[in-house]
Design a binder for this molecule. Structure first.
Ligand code: AMP
Length: 107
């Protein structure tokens, strides 16, 4: 499904895009700023990352840092849900950038 969003076949509110990554607003935001950052290349999850994908993974983190700096000057959180037990519901690798309010501690 994210492949269709990335290709522009499904609408999204885009915050950033380049030749390797797209960032768009999560349809069910968990915070005032809640962006999904996904690679254009289809990978099912972080669990599918190979060494050759390390540069792409770094690029996604850089996109998150750039958006986090711009949109959440007080701080932000980067989350990746992996697999069913990890709470992943969409099978296209993505990061969640959350911010714009005080986030609770984990656990
Ligand atoms: P995850 O549960 O980590 O796989 O994250 C999937 C996220 O995608 C959830 O936070 C959903 O709210 C979000 N989502 C699902 N469909 C859409 C959509 N069409 N546009 C934007 N976000 C979506």
């Amino acid at each position: 499904m994210f492949c269709r969003i990335i290709a522009g076949a499904l609408p999204s509110r885009r915050a950033y895009e380049d030749d390797r990554a797209v960032a768009f607003a999560d349809i069910k935001p968990a915070a005032p700023v809640h962006l999904v950052i996904a690679p254009r290349q289809h990978l099912a999850s972080l669990a599918d990352l190979e060494e050759e994908d390390a540069e792409l993974a770094g690029h996604l983190v850089w996109v998150a840092a750039k958006l986090g700096r711009d949109l959440c000057p007080g701080g932000w959180r980067l989350v990746a849900n992996v697999g069913e037990e990890g709470g992943q519901t969409v099978g296209h690798l993505h990061l969640h950038l959350l911010g714009g309010r005080q986030l609770g501690t984990l656990g």
